[in-house]
Design a protein around this ligand. Structure first.
Ligand code: UT7
Length: 323
């Protein structure tokens, strides 16, 4: 059977780093509060004029180089973002143009912090049906542009960045020991849409708006939702936490990651953590973390890797794959 295998990954974080100490000068907060409640020590912030397309393009170029392929080998680009350059056209089309891709297609996908898991699962379906052979899946965000920098309950949590992977069709045996994406599980429930949202948009206010979050409410649901979709992945494949080599969760809050890993009995040394230096980069957080663990040699060929995310909507999902 055809499986979708990640053959390369790339990442890009803006040059400017904002520490918790700098935030102390902007809102009534402290390094101690931020570290204790979230595990975040710093985040990257896009420079003036630096856009989601800029970050996504850089991550995409790195992923293409890492996979050893050119843009002519890609037939589809899917960009996960909630902070597009413009309302339309899709930011993926801007990236497609900058990469010099004149063939195929590009579109954006929007599931906020679960965006990368949704985009990767979409790409997997295109590959397994034979529609595409090689897809560039990008997660890129400039959340700094939709933050209310007077609201200490949200502005300390997020950062900017981008990550990308090349996903490729590979003939495999159809067994759980295969390489590639083994199973994916996506969920959403719009009953929770007002717990994490942006208070503006083209069809409502005609403005961009700012991120609003009932943090405690999100926290309360996060661990249960995350563990549910991971257990779905175990049921679908027969694997258990013991057999996982790496757990690469969405990086929103270290306390959520730790509590999820504990509930699932995933050993702490198998958990990839980047929230300390990236903050929550929404759709970019998983590919940024994945790329870091691949580049520093932790994730190796043959490793069993669990990805998961939960975010605005609510949306949540898991992808189990063999590297
Ligand atoms: O990507 C997916 C979406 N996002 C998430 O997963 C985030 C989910 N939520 C969270 O991570 C946590 O709820 C937060 C980190 C947002 C907040 O942590 P918490 O432990 O739930 O704190 P809290 O909201 O209960 O606030 C505790 C106190 C409050 O003061 P009082 O009412 O107890 O006097 C807040 O006003 O901390 C205060 N506070 C702050 N203090 C210093 C809130 N934000 C800050 C701040 N600095 N930045």
């Amino acid at each position: 059977m055809i499986r979708s295998v990640i053959t390369g990954c790339g990442a890009y974080a803006p040059e400017k780093i904002m520490t918790n100490a700098e935030l102390e000068g902007i809102v009534d907060t402290s390094d101690e509060w931020i570290v204790q409640r979230t595990g975040i020590r710093q985040r990257h912030i896009a420079a003036e004029g630096e856009t989601t397309a800029d970050l996504g393009e850089k991550a995409a170029r790195n992923a293409l180089d890492n996979a050893g392929v050119g843009i002519e080998d890609i037939d589809l680009i899917i960009l996960a973002t909630s902070t597009p350059n413009n309302t339309f056209p899709a930011t993926s089309v801007e990236i497609q143009h900058r990469l010099g891709m004149k063939h195929g297609a590009a579109f954006d996908s929007q599931a906020v912090c679960s965006g990368f898991v949704f985009a990767l699962t979409t790409a997997d379906q295109y590959i397994r049906t034979g529609f595409s052979k090689r897809i560039l899946v990008i997660g890129a965000e400039t959340f700094s542009r939709i933050l209310d920098w007077t609201d200490r309950t949200t502005c300390v949590l997020f950062g900017d960045g981008a990550g990308a992977v090349v996903l490729e069709a590979c003939e495999q045996d159809g067994k759980p020991s295969d390489r590639g994406i083994l199973t994916s599980h996506l969920r959403s429930d719009g009953a929770h849409r007002e717990k994490l949202f942006v208070d503006g948009g083209p069809s409502t206010t005609g403005s961009v708006g700012h991120l609003r979050m009932a943090g405690k409410e999100v926290f309360r649901h996060a661990v249960g939702m995350i563990t549910d979709v991971i257990e779905d992945a175990y049921k679908a494949t027969g694997y258990t936490s013991d057999e996982l080599d790496w757990f690469v969760p969405h990086q929103a809050n270290k306390r959520i990651i730790d509590a999820s890993a504990k509930k699932l009995k995933i050993a702490p040394e198998k958990v990839v953590i980047t929230v300390d230096h990236h903050g929550n980069t929404s759709a970019a957080s998983i590919p940024l973390a994945l790329c870091e663990a691949v580049n520093d040699g932790r994730i190796k060929a043959g490793d069993l890797v669990m990805l998961e995310a939960m975010g605005g909507g609510f949306t949540w999902g898991s992808v189990l794959l063999r590297w």
